[in-house]
Design a protein around this ligand. Structure first.
Ligand code: FE2
Length: 199
């Protein structure tokens, strides 16, 4: 049983970057639906008591029809929980912390160059999907995944993500995805990113 997590902030706390109505529907309806669908899918199966994270890491080992709802609904449940964790109200946001900052500089040259590449990746996600900052074999990398796929399924460790499904921004930003991406940088919880990096 996977549970919809409570947010660490109120629905209006990320205004004006992420508006209250979007966050309310995104968390309370979209995310909740993924959680329900995932739980319904694995109920009564051998996967019912397995941690969702472990299912996503070993997704390729899951055979049969159930792989699809675990990938899509399970991925949707997990990815959104991850997304909420790396968001924070603007007053708590800032710059990458010590270890993350060092890794960003080593892998991209500078924070500005990282921001440019991450924004470009987010902007060019085709259809619905996600752009991630992950720890790979040679340091930090930026990857994109379609639908509700997660980089953990291919052995990468995600530390930051932006949701590029239209439900994440369309009510406020309409077709202006670049504005949503720019706003996202004001509400990144770098403390949470640092923690994920060090885990
Ligand atoms: Fe979403």
């Amino acid at each position: 049983m996977y549970e919809l997590p409570e947010l660490d902030f109120d629905y209006d706390a990320l205004e004006p970057h992420m508006d209250e109505e979007t966050l309310k529907i995104h968390h309370g309806k979209h995310h909740a639906a993924y959680v329900k669908k995932f739980n319904d899918s694995v109920e009564g199966t051998e996967y019912e008591k397995v941690e969702l994270r472990d299912l996503i890491v070993d997704l390729d080992k899951i055979k049969g029809d159930i792989q699809t709802p675990i990938r899509n609904a399970g991925g949707g449940a997990y990815n959104h929980s991850f997304f909420w964790e790396i968001l924070t109200p603007e007053k708590d946001s800032g710059e990458p912390l010590e270890n993350t900052a060092k890794a960003i500089n080593e892998s991209f040259g500078s924070y500005d160059e990282f921001k440019k590449q991450f924004s470009e990746a987010a902007l060019t996600v085709f259809g619905s999907g996600w752009a991630w900052l992950v720890v790979g074999e040679k340091g930090l990398e930026i990857v994109k995944t379609p639908n509700q796929d997660n980089p953990m399924s291919v052995g990468l460790k995600p530390i930051l993500v932006i949701d590029i499904w239209e439900h994440a921004y369309y009510l406020k930003y309409r077709n202006l995805r670049p504005d949503y991406i720019e706003a996202f940088f004001n509400i990144i919880n770098w403390k949470a990113v640092e923690k994920k990096f060090l885990e």
